[in-house]
Design a protein around this ligand. Structure first.
Ligand SMILES: [Zn+2]
Length: 212
């Protein structure tokens, strides 16, 4: 039976599930047991050529990524990590990945959020990575729907000063791939001075607007 202090605890120390909104009696979890089970079931790795991903960008994953990035729920990195751990590590092994590169966020975004959403997950999973620089503060990509404008917005946004990708298998990681224009720009930048063996992409979610 619950004692009084436990009841008080659950009153003040509970969180709303990021997916269904139900209260969970914990402050270390953000996804309830039921929703987590569903996400687990859906988290099978899929691919469109070299683009690998776990989820189609549906309502559930959208809520999780929005909470994680924009609603100060940095702790969600733990639960997201659990979901992507096995498929991501398998992909790295299978494709003999030499260098993992998270898509960098702009300085403004870093100031707003305080963390890079992908790097946080990689740290959680103890996956080593190398960084390229973001040299342009861009508009939020999600606010731009037109493909041409997205390409214009992201153009020359990255600079590779450090990563020697010659003869290496590269894996670029992002949270969501929408039209693919961000990734294409990262790939262009890596290929500018290097000749990588192969470049792969991994994202948590993939939009249905994506076309290779
Ligand atoms: Zn839930």
């Amino acid at each position: 039976m619950k004692n009084l202090s436990q009841s008080f605890r659950s009153l003040f120390f509970s969180t709303k599930c990021s997916v269904c909104g139900k209260y969970i009696e914990t402050t270390t979890q953000y996804i309830c047991h039921e929703c987590f089970k569903v996400l687990r079931r859906k988290s099978e790795i899929k691919n469109i050529d070299n683009y690998y991903f776990l989820y189609y960008y549906d309502e559930d994953i959208k809520k999780i990524i929005t909470d994680y990035k924009l609603k100060n729920r940095k702790g969600l990195s733990k639960e997201i990590s659990i979901l992507i751990k096995k498929p991501l590590k398998e992909l790295i092994r299978e494709k003999r990945i030499n260098i993992v590169i998270p898509v960098p966020i702009s300085r403004n975004r870093m100031k707003e959020r305080g963390f890079n959403q992908v790097e946080e997950i990689l740290k959680e999973l103890r996956i080593g990575y190398k960084t390229i620089d973001r040299v342009k503060d861009t508009e939020h990509m999600y606010s731009i729907l037109e493909e041409k404008k997205r390409e214009e917005n992201i153009k020359k946004a990255f600079r590779n000063n450090w990563v020697n990708a010659n003869e290496k298998n590269i894996l670029i990681i992002d949270d969501i791939v929408t039209t693919g224009s961000t990734i294409k720009e990262v790939v262009n930048e890596i290929r500018k001075k290097n000749f990588p063996k192969e470049i792969y992409v991994f994202s948590i979610a993939m939009s249905k607007f994506f076309k290779k």
